[in-house]
Write a protein that binds this ligand. Structure first.
Ligand code: SF4
Length: 646
């Protein structure tokens, strides 16, 4: 039968160099659909409890979905998942580009990587064939150089390379995995896991296009996206990139500034998406940036990726390393009160060259800035770097020192929570971390459902794990039709944590969780403002797979299944509700702008957490899944494995 997946999972044991190809049946693909849920299946089965995240017993899964490689926008994405060296909990990250589609074309739906090689290696997958090759000569190379060398030695410029940089080799705890030297599976330290296995890269090339059940239907759906992009809510994001949202965050007082002490930044216009478009995108000087300053992922019409080129001044930037997202302009910018866009682009380039997550890196630096400005760190601690708010030069130097684990950078390479523990002196008060992971650039004191998601999310604070509050608050009237499909018909009060808001949080979290299992881009597909809505997503799955009876309920169930597996993984590691804590700073009032004085209240958060666990069907006291819930999701094997009571 024609199918959109290869039906092949490649298992690699790096300790002995052995390979195994598993061929699961259709039931497996229908149950997990791919990506993150599929990865969880292997992580729960293969990682022993209490495994060292940087030891050979940790398992790294790279997984695609049943949709990857189909010719439509927003499908060329991949999950990288393992136990996280940053949090000690489950680690999970999503990344896009061309590598995911190429891996599908090369004949596999996922790679399960175990053990540890004796010396650096890279995995070469070419049209269904696979081998490990020596990578000793690549160890220490920055991403652009390693990528070029691999392509040259394989003699094919069309090879796609997924790799770690020197930061992953050096176990920077927030090192990511990169393709194209600028697309990151950035969060939760997956690059450090890959580095601990001495796996420098995975190179892929393939010619086998996935079979699509209804080709004409897929073309029609894809064409609808192309025809409607300019009139959609993501037209601005396409043209100006994700940093286009800087202005709306400023207006709503949700732009984290001075390390989350304020929700507004006076100089926001210096670093927003429009300024980037007008000044530093490649081709801006000649007005050609739409053509050469925007990049894309395989088959995506949106072209939201930034390509920055700076050839003059103190911060010159090579376009090979892309350009910053909103999260990056925020963490290196407004978090640190820095309004120097070229400096932010330079920090982004360093992260992409050395292979680090820009969110955790920038947020860790911002924590150090606050500690310095509060007199808890001195020039002696910082190797002479003046971390006064707004000092762009020190920010750039510190980014490089972290990548190289040099001096003070070595302490920060452990992440802000471990750094605060090591330094002490009350610097814990400046942390904005959840389960040890630094928070992305969205404000839980204003968008209150974020407080619940940041606290409970199995892999730490994440801004792409549910639909933010405005969709069911001020923007509700625009999305009534789409939200009705999820069962929501009432607008909620701003900043409320009503039962209905929590129910919406849970339902939209399941939807986003399904998208991470289908490996869909969350700018293109989603429940509200995205190009395609929930009904289109169901149509897409039907069209590509031929599963005619698939429904939104089934997709939501896949999302729920993934979250239950993740939460159970954490329970096995000893985590529960006591670890779903919010940083103390969020209970203090914001200063300035429209959000001046807004803060979280502990009682309100605790009641909202009770409600959240209740809606999830989990034990309210522990926040953990029950056997009954796991069995309801056809995950009895997970409960059995953990020896859960009946
Ligand atoms: S919207 Fe942007 S990030 Fe998403 S698939 Fe398209 S180009 Fe890639």
């Amino acid at each position: 039968m024609a199918r959109s997946y290869n039906g092949k999972i490649l298992h690699v044991d790096l300790t002995n160099g052995e390979f195994r190809v598993e061929e699961p049946g259709e039931g497996f693909y229908r149950k997990y659909m791919g990506g993150s849920a599929l990865a969880m299946h292997y992580l729960l089965k293969e990682i022993p409890p209490a495994a060292d995240p940087l030891g050979p017993e940790n398992v790294l899964v790279l997984a695609l979905s049943v949709l990857t490689g189909a010719a439509i926008s927003g499908q060329s994405r991949m999950t990288a998942a393992a136990k996280s060296p940053l949090t000690g909990a489950i680690g999970d990250s999503q990344g896009g580009g061309f590598f995911p589609a190429e891996l599908k074309f090369a004949g596999f739906d996922a790679i399960v990587i175990k053990g540890k090689a004796e010396k650096p290696v890279y995995l070469w997958i070419n049209d269904g064939r696979y081998e490990l090759r020596d990578a000793s000569h690549l160890w220490g190379a920055i991403t652009g150089e390693a990528e070029a060398t691999i392509k040259e030695e394989l003699g094919d410029d069309k090879v796609e390379v997924l790799q770690i940089g020197p930061a992953g080799e050096a176990a920077v705890r927030f090192a990511g995995i990169f393709s194209m030297s600028n697309r990151a599976n950035g969060r939760t330290g997956m690059g450090a896991v890959m580095g601990s296995k001495k796996l420098k890269a995975v190179a892929v090339r393939g010619k086998k296009r996935p079979k699509v059940a209804d080709k004409a239907g897929l073309s029609q759906l894809a064409k609808w996206g192309v025809d409607n992009l300019d009139d959609s809510d993501i037209a601005g994001l396409a043209k100006y990139g994700t940093a286009e949202t800087t202005g709306s965050n400023q207006t709503s007082g949700t732009l984290p500034t001075y390390n989350f002490n304020s929700g507004v930044f006076d100089h926001w216009e210096s670093i927003d998406g429009t300024t980037m478009y007008d000044t530093v995108l490649r081709g801006a000087a000649e007005g050609k940036q739409d053509r050469i300053g925007r990049d894309t992922c395989y088959a995506c019409t949106v072209r939201c990726k930034r390509v920055v080129e700076i050839t003059k001044g103190p911060y010159q930037v090579d376009p090979h390393y892309g350009g910053p997202e909103y999260e990056t302009t925020s963490t290196f910018g407004n978090y640190c009160a820095i309004d120097d866009l070229p400096a932010i682009c330079k920090a982004n380039e360093i992260c992409n060259k050395y292979g680090m997550d820009t969110i955790s890196c920038g947020a860790t630096i911002s924590w150090a800035f606050e500690a310095f400005n509060e007199g808890k760190l001195t020039l002696e601690d910082t190797d002479g770097l003046d971390l006064t708010w707004g000092n762009a030069e020190s920010m750039v130097k510190l980014t490089e020192k972290i990548a190289k684990r040099d001096g003070f950078g070595d302490i920060l390479a452990e992440g802000s929570e471990r750094a605060a523990r090591k330094i002490g002196r009350g610097t814990e008060a400046y942390l904005i971390t959840f389960k040890g992971q630094e928070a992305p650039a969205h404000m839980p004191r204003v968008k209150r459902s974020l407080a619940i998601i940041y606290a409970t999310n199995p892999f730490g604070a994440d801004h792409q794990s549910h639909e933010h509050d405005p969709a069911i608050e001020k923007d509700f009237e625009y999305y009534t039709e789409r939200l009705a499909l999820l069962g929501f018909s009432e607008e909620q009060e701003p900043r409320s944590l009503s039962d209905e808001k929590i129910r919406f949080t849970v339902a939209s979290q399941r939807m986003y969780s399904a998208m991470d299992s289908l490996n869909l881009c969350q700018f293109v597909y989603g429940p509200a403002w995205q190009l395609y809505g929930p009904a289109d997503m169901v149509e897409l799955v039907k069209t590509v797979t031929g599963w005619e009876d698939v429904s939104l309920d089934e997709l939501q169930r896949v999302g729920e299944r993934r979250l239950n597996m993740m939460r159970t993984f954490n329970a096995r590691e000893g985590l529960d509700r006591k670890d779903d804590v919010l940083p103390q700073k969020l209970f203090k009032p914001l200063k300035g702008g429209v959000s001046d004085g807004w803060k979280l209240e502990r009682d309100e958060i605790e009641s909202a957490l009770d409600k959240y666990f209740e809606f999830c069907g989990w034990d309210v006291k522990t926040g953990n899944p029950t056997r009954a819930k796991l069995e309801e999701l056809d995950l009895g094997w997970v409960a059995d494995q953990l020896g859960m009571d009946g």
